[in-house]
Every structure is written in C-alpha cells, then in structure tokens.
Write a protein that binds this ligand. Structure first.
Ligand code: ZN
Length: 600
C-alpha cells in the first residue's frame, strides 16, 4: 500500500515540474530516495559490519529471504564516514538500489537514504532456479548486442543484474558499459535476456563545455601592495584610465577557462563571470587562449575576479594543497565584476548565489581583498545556510570575511597586510578597514556599524594567524563556521573555534586561542584555569600539557611537599576528574583514557 502512495506523490511532483515532458522520463529516473534519521550509534570499530547488520534487520525491503546487501563504497569526509551498499537478490545485484548511511566519527548515524526495492508483494518475481541458471549462463546475448551496435570499442564491461523495468517488474538483465575513444561516447545499456533494450543512458557528466588552460593578466593581490607604495600620484585610479605604473604591476597567470564552439569564456564549475546588474557590460570571451587586458579595460576586472575566486575556492576545497573542505560551496557562483555604479559590492544569498562588484572609485574587482571578502560571505552562507542574522552575528560575518581576505593577500605579499581593501580603500574614495585594530570586546563594538565591529574579530584572528599560520587558522575558522547560527555572539564563535581545534587537532592550539581571545576581551579564562595562577604562587610546575591534549601524560610537580586536590575540567567548565594527594611532590595524569580535547 505504501508503495502506491509513493508512486502517486512522485507522479504529481514530476508533472508539476516537467509538464508535458513527463512521458519522456524513464521510470528509473523518476524514483525519489526514501530518507530517515534513525537515532542509533554504532560501535565505530566495526562500523561496516554494524551498519550492514542494522540495515538488513531494519529496512523493510531487505527483510524477506534471498535479500542481502553488499558494500560498494566507504568514503570519509573530514568528520564523517559515508557507506554505500547495493541490494542483492539471490546474490544478483539489483540495479540502482543504493542504500547510503552517513555516520559521524563517534558512530552516531547522521542520515539514512534507501533506494532498495521490495520483491515480496510482486507476483512476477523470477524464480530462484531461473536466477541460478541466469547466474551461470554465458554472456552470449550481451556480446552479440555489443557487436551489433558498436564498431569502435576501447573498453567494455558486462554485468548480470536484476532490473525493474517500466512496469516495475523485476527481470534478470545484462548491464553493458561501452567506451569508444574515437567518438568519445560512454554508454550504459540494460538489455533483457532476449537482447531487447530496457534502458540506456549516456554516462558522461555533461557540463556546458570543455575545460581549457588559458593565460591572463591579474594583480597579485593588488598594484599598491606589489609596488610597495601607498595610494598617491602616479599610483592613482584616474577614473579607471590607462596608467602605465599600474599596468606594470600586472602579472601573467594561467588558469582553467571553458572552451566551446571555438570560444573561450570565463566560466568554471564554481565561478561564472556574467552580467547581472547595471552597468550592463557583457563578460569578455576570446577566440584564442589568452585573456590579456590592461587595467583600464573591462576585461581586466573579469579576469582578475575569475582568477582570484577560482584560486581561493580551490584552496578551501582541495584536500591535497588546500584545506580539504571538499563539499563546501560545491556550486557555481555567478559574479558580475561591473555590477554596480557605486563603490559598493554585494553578495546575494540567492539560488544561484550571486556577487556584484561596484565600479565607483577604484573598481572593486581590481582588488583581491574585495573579491575574497564577498566570496567569504558565500562560503559562510554555504557552511551555515541562512545563518547570518542578528547584529553581532552580522558583524562576525564581516569580520571573518575581512580575515579571509587579509589572510589570502598576506600569503601572497605581506606589504601593509593590515590594510583591508589595500587598493580599493585607504584612498580619497574609501577609508578602507584594518585587520590590526586595538579595539577590544565588548566596548569597541558599534551597534550600528557591523563593519567597524567586525574589525575586532578579523584583528584577533590575524593575531592567531601570526602564531599558528595561515592554513591552521583558516581551517579552524571554517570548521567552526559550519556550526554558526543566527544571533551567534563573538564569545560563542570563539568557543566554536576551540571546539574545532579539538575536532581537528585534539586541542593542541587551545593555549594560543585562549590567550588571544582573552586578551581581546572576547573570552575569559574558564574556572579551572584560575588554579594555574594559584599553582604558580604555590610553586607548582606543570609540564607536557601540549602532549597531554593528545593523550600523553601531564606532569605536575611541587617544590615543597603539601596536601593538594587536583581537578580536571573540560572546556565547558565541567569537572572531569579529581585526585587528592597528601605530602604531594609530583604526579602524572595520563590523558590516554580521556577523550581527546580540551581540558583545564
Ligand atoms: Zn561584507
């Protein structure tokens, strides 16, 4: 009964979306996965086995005899494991029956998606003996299908499967994949045991066009920083005019653009240079793979925006030479480098996400600081969708975007790194901001100026950057950003960075983080830490606290024997453990039995 209800809902949805095209979509492509969130925690040591046992015993479609599942992939994202299984019936894989279970590192199930099929309420189930003979039969039918339909074959693969055809009747079938290097075709065909096609599809992941390596001229990160000068003649905007000293600061870079029908365009999977708002200026395209413009030409801003945003996206998502947030902002952001006549840029949290850069004063898209700041809003929105509301929370977003921009441009060139908007600001048009303010929290916060308040956050993070470096600090911030929600305050955001350090690094950077946040007034030392001051006055010496956070031993010594009680607190101030010692001179506290994290 449930099955029929499900089909009805599906039909209604499809007809609304596709209208008269409904008939052209194969039933296999119309299925919608069932999802649930079972409250269960697995023993993480035997994750695959526990997950399999759970699925087989709890999913309705798998309960009848002859049903089973096989693991087809086990993928780990930074903080979870993602297991994918395929249903089998009498040992034969069931086509498109993927079952996926996403599990947090501690074994807790995050979500479950079920594409399995029910065999029990069907009267046309293939008999087990017919399936057994199919399993042992030769591939002749499939092989003659291939030779009749393909002439140039580079690779071929035949698999025996069970497929549910258009009438939802299970049938033994052959799954055939053929790759032809000459035509570039890569097809999957499902044929029944008589050689008739049940279903066919093109396996290539189609995008608008092919990728192609091109070259172009950009600022790295802006002309004043690389020239080592401040704004002033001859290093001035001159109404976006031709200025040779500015053109001298351009650098040739290579990057990937798209190529289609003989035309190169500034489009990638993640960034599309386009025209969203006035002034209406179409993005440049080229017939050869070079995008070389002087900074007075509109094409320069197109290339500069495209290059920096793709580079930064790669850094955030790439797991080899980047931070490894592989799924973050995995979508195409539309960017208009000439999208406002004023000196103002915007991020629009729409679908697709959009960014427009202003051309008033110095063109915003000529300055990497502006480009990365706006893109930072898109990253923040992707990590915690719709979470940017509330005054302090909005100041936090401005601060983190300034931080990401300064962190990026400082990694390219450190000259006057503290100048936020080095080229777009700090000039007669716009004061710019600083990432090295001495303002403290909460007295330096301005209720009606989220950008000024944000300087407190960006400047604190840059102090942490000085000690931990770019990659570590960026990673802590971005991991913490996933937990943001409306109305998060600076102190709560700081605590989330401490938690992120526990998740990523086992809490080794907690000292540095606390020092910087406490000095800024954003955090105060937790209860437990006060004992450290008493300890110093009482001539206690604590060593190896860094290794303790990683499961090593904390050593506490006293210069004179005395009676003491030692308390171990976690980051929330909860008492984890107490020890009482008489005539104490020294002891070891092992971190091995404690969950890795932050203790005081
Ligand atoms: Zn902003």
């Amino acid at each position: 009964m449930r099955f029929f209800t499900y089909i009805l809902i599906l039909f209604l949805q499809i007809s609304v979306v596709f209208g008269s095209n409904e008939n052209s979509v194969h039933s296999l492509d119309k299925r919608v996965v069932q999802s649930s969130h079972p409250k269960i925690t697995f023993n993480k040591v035997n994750l695959e086995t526990e997950a399999k046992n759970y699925l087989v015993s709890s999913l309705e479609n798998l309960k009848s005899i002859h049903n089973d599942i096989e693991l087809i992939s086990n993928i780990r994202s930074p903080y979870a494991t993602h297991l994918t299984y395929l249903q089998t019936y009498n040992g034969i894989p069931v086509y498109r029956s993927q079952i996926k279970i996403n599990i947090r590192k501690n074994g807790e199930v995050l979500s479950l998606f079920d594409n399995s099929y029910s065999f029990t309420d069907r009267n046309q189930i293939p008999t087990i003996s017919s399936l057994n003979s199919f399993k042992s039969s030769t591939n002749n039918v499939a092989e003659s299908f291939i030779s009749e339909n393909y002439s140039n074959i580079t690779e071929q693969e035949i698999e025996k499967i069970i497929v549910f055809d258009d009438q939802n009747i299970p049938k033994p079938a052959f799954k055939i994949k053929v790759y032809d290097e000459i035509s570039g075709n890569y097809d999957e065909s499902i044929i029944d045991i008589d050689g008739e096609i049940i279903y066919q599809r093109d396996l290539r992941m189609r995008s608008a066009s092919a990728d192609s390596l091109v070259s172009g001229m950009v600022f790295l990160p802006d002309p004043l920083t690389t020239a080592g000068v401040e704004y002033g003649s001859p290093y001035e905007d001159y109404s976006d005019g031709y200025v040779s000293v500015l053109n001298d600061e351009m650098v040739s870079v290579t990057f990937t653009a798209s190529f289609s029908g003989g035309t190169y365009s500034l489009v990638s999977d993640n960034i599309k240079i386009t025209d969203i708002r006035a002034p209406y200026i179409s993005p440049v395209t080229e017939n050869s793979p070079s995008f070389n413009y002087t900074r007075d030409e509109n094409g320069f801003e197109d290339v500069n925006a495209f290059y920096h945003l793709n580079t930064f996206h790669h850094y955030i998502t790439d797991s080899v030479d980047g931070l490894g947030f592989t799924n973050l902002l995995n979508e195409q952001v539309h960017v208009d480098p000439h999208g406002d006549n004023g000196d103002v840029s915007y991020y629009y949290p729409q679908t697709p996400k959009k960014i427009t850069f202003g051309i008033g004063g110095v063109d915003d898209a000529e300055d990497a600081d502006v480009l990365i700041h706006e893109f930072g809003h898109a990253i923040s929105d992707a990590a915690a969708p719709g979470g940017n509301s509330g005054n302090e929370r909005s100041a936090l977003d401005e601060g983190l975007c300034d931080y990401l921009a300064v962190s990026y441009s400082r990694s390219i060139n450190a000259y006057k790194w503290e100048n936020m908007f080095s080229w777009d600001g700090h000039n007669p048009y716009f004061d710019g901001r600083t990432a090295a303010t001495t303002k403290t929290y909460p007295s330096g916060m301005k209720t009606n100026d989220i950008h000024a308040s944000g300087e407190i956050w960006s400047s604190t993070l840059m102090e942490i950057w000085e000690v931990l470096g770019r990659k570590t600090t960026d990673k802590l911030l971005i991991q913490a950003m996933y937990s943001y929600v409306a109305n998060v305050s600076f102190p709560k955001a700081a605590k989330l960075m401490l938690q992120a350090d526990t998740l990523i690094n086992g809490g080794v950077n907690i000292d540095v983080l606390y020092q910087k946040f406490v000095a800024r007034g954003i955090l105060s030392w937790p209860n437990g830490i006060n004992s450290e001051f008493k300890i110093q006055n009482s001539k206690f010496i604590i060593t190896n606290s860094e290794q303790f956070a990683l499961g090593g031993e904390l050593i506490i010594r006293s210069e004179i024997p005395q009676n003491i009680q030692i308390g171990l607190y976690d980051v929330q101030g909860r008492l984890i453990e107490t020890q009482t010692h008489t005539n104490f001179t020294n002891c070891l506290i092992s971190g091995a039995s404690l969950q890795k994290g932050v203790y005081f």
